[in-house]
Ligand binder design. Structure first.
Ligand code: CU
Length: 603
């Protein structure tokens, strides 16, 4: 009998793949006109047994289609909703012709369940199934994604929400998940190859010669111009991959497709915002509507009202908004302002708020080159956000007096930038090879800064110093030692590393004793913002709030700055530690962290 095959099957057999139409390709929560997560039929995946299927497909964006990887047939993948205290079994079937994996980003799991091929497990071979199994010991907004190759770029990601066992301290009437991502019709390997050929390949916003030579709008001082020229760096090099190659998506929809989430006027709407992009830091705002931040990376914080925040790859923020009877635009502007994702919150389907224009491109200054706080560019910063930073406690928790800690290098006044050594080997204890083009001469704590390009936007922008944990910390010990880790790179050659070594060079793992309390100082010796992620643990972000410093799984380290992170190394095993810019990780900006002894091993 000659049967016609079902459409999806035929797609497979012909070697092509099913083309995802615009309707039906999205789980209900990500379809435009969504009523929110509590609505019936919102397509959530729940319960103790969950099946996930990874397959190749073509994704249609703005009526073009491109190579994609889907989870249960959609991009983003299904919304997994779990409950604190439950056990979960997740069976992941791989229908690709290559290995795959799922990493549960921010979840505290045994290391064998963490899903990083080559670190915590071998990966999931083609046409095989791997079963993840672990207890749920936390709550909040998280997500999951591939840790294999560059699959995350082509759609292998989805949101994951865990409801608390007890009462939720955050009150809300309705919730929407907002998944930000960057889509390209270029194959990710093509993107990577072009970046290796020329670091600034996708940067079409370079300052013109007129900009550089005395144009009145030139944002740079002569000293800055001089320094950038000497360093052969480009002050507009903010993102590696820009709108030239990307369409920015919200819940899988382009700005033209305009995903719309509905609300009833007067409701408190909780937005769970996840940056699932491969290579894009976003600035998120809702023009005309203040947002109250109530959680970050799954952890509750004291409510703080702001108008905009920067969100690094893999970070999550929960905000409460109370829109009136008008539609509002959700704006996820790429950090380099080459483009934006736009969606709508509306009281009725079909309404649309006007999207703002792209703002003027930002440029980097002396502070971004690790030259401290001295430049005029930076004096203009921080005072326009309505928060009196000067009045806040900028001092970090004091280092322990009874244990040796390496003192930060002495700081010199930076009056004479010209004489500053931008690659001083004596500042670090690793050799400076071709992969390191700069060592920040005067890195400063930038946790009070809003992020590149947000210094002068004229409204309130969240900084890491505004984050105060709702709960006091459980481990009150001071760190017994501090380790410095340098985020290093060569922008022109698109080389990225930690302490000057790429993962492919087999560097020594960072080793922590089980339950050790340690301070990690991440020093950014590059001019890019790196969202750094440690698997299996939460850091306490040292921001001067005593026992209420916020817990984070992913922390943006601003250019030329440093961040102090206190860690209780309570999860034995091998863990990945890396930059969450996908192409930086792929280039080697990753290291293994070993916490010993393992379960059952002698101390
Ligand atoms: Cu990076």
């Amino acid at each position: 009998m000659r049967d016609t095959m079902p459409l999806s099957r035929r797609g497979f057999v012909t070697g092509g793949a099913a083309i995802l139409g615009l309707a039906g390709a999205f789980p209900a929560w990500a379809r435009t006109g969504s009523q929110g997560l509590a609505a019936k039929g919102s397509g959530l995946v729940t319960g103790p047994n969950i099946d996930l299927s990874i397959a190749a497909a073509e994704l249609a964006v703005n009526r073009r289609s491109g190579h994609a990887v889907t989870i249960n047939g959609s991009i983003p993948g299904p919304l997994i909703r779990l409950k604190e205290g439950q056990e979960v079994r997740l069976r992941v079937s791989n229908h690709l012709h290559e290995d795959t994996s799922i990493h549960w980003h921010g979840l505290i799991v045994p290391f064998e369940m963490d899903g990083v091929p080559g670190v915590s497990f071998p990966g999931i071979k083609p046409h095989s199934t791997f079963e993840y199994r672990f207890p749920i010991r936390q709550s909040g907004t998280y997500w999951y994604h591939s840790h294999s190759g560059l699959q995350e770029q082509v759609g292998h990601y989805g949101p994951l929400i865990i409801d608390p066992e007890g009462a939720d301290p955050v009150a809300y009437d309705r919730e929407h998940v907002i998944v930000l991502s960057d889509w390209s019709f270029l194959h990710p390997h093509t993107i990577f190859t072009r970046l290796k050929q020329e670091g600034g390949f996708f940067n079409r916003q370079k300052l013109t010669l007129a900009d550089r030579l005395g144009d009145k709008t030139d944002p740079m001082t002569p000293a800055e111009r001089d320094m950038f020229a000497r360093m052969r760096m480009d002050p507009t090099d903010i993102s590696d991959v820009t709108e030239a190659a990307y369409t920015f998506l919200i819940n899988g929809h382009s700005a033209d497709e305009n995903w719309t989430g509905l609300f009833t006027p007067g409701e408190r709407v909780r937005l769970r915002i996840i940056n699932a992009a491969a290579q894009t830091t976003f600035n998120f705002r809702i023009p005309g509507l203040p947002m109250t931040v109530v959680a970050t990376d799954g952890n509750n914080v004291r409510p703080v009202e702001i108008d905009e925040f920067q969100i690094g790859n893999a970070e999550t923020y929960d905000v409460i908004v109370r829109p009136g009877d008008q539609p509002c635009a959700l704006v996820a502007e790429a950090i380099d302002r080459s483009g934006m994702g736009v969606a709508t919150l509306a009281p009725r389907a079909g309404m649309r708020a006007a999207a703002p224009r792209l703002r003027e491109r930002p440029t980097l200054g002396m502070k971004d080159m690790g030259m401290g706080n001295s430049s005029a560019h930076d004096h203009m910063a921080t005072k326009t956000d309505g928060i009196d930073h000067a009045a806040m406690d900028h001092t970090a928790a004091p280092p322990p007096s009874h244990q040796p800690m390496r003192a930060p290098p002495p700081m010199q006044p930076a009056e004479d930038h010209g004489s500053m050594n931008m690659r001083d080997a004596s500042r670090v204890d690793f050799p400076l090879g071709a992969g390191v083009d700069m060592i920040a001469p005067m890195p400063v704590d930038r946790t009070g800064d809003p992020g590149v390009g947000l210094e002068d936007v004229g409204h309130r922008v969240l900084t890491y110093k505004d984050l105060v944990s709702l709960e006091p910390r459980s481990d009150t010990r001071l760190p017994g030692r501090m380790i410095e880790i340098h985020l290093t790179g060569n922008m022109e050659r698109f080389m990225w590393s930690l302490d000057g070594e790429q993962l492919s060079e087999n560097p020594e793992p960072y080793r922590f004793a089980r339950n050790e309390r340690v301070r990690m100082r991440l020093i950014n010796d590059t001019m890019m913002t790196h969202p750094m992620h440690l698997h299996g643990h939460f850091w306490e972000l040292v921001n001067g709030h005593g026992d209420r410093q916020p817990l984070k799984h992913t922390v943006r380290v601003l250019p030329g700055g440093y961040v102090d992170l206190d860690l209780t190394a309570d999860a034995p095993g091998d863990w990945a530690f890396h930059c969450h810019l996908l192409y930086h990780m792929h280039a080697g900006m990753m290291r293994i962290v070993k916490v010993r002894p393992l379960e059952g091993e002698p101390a």
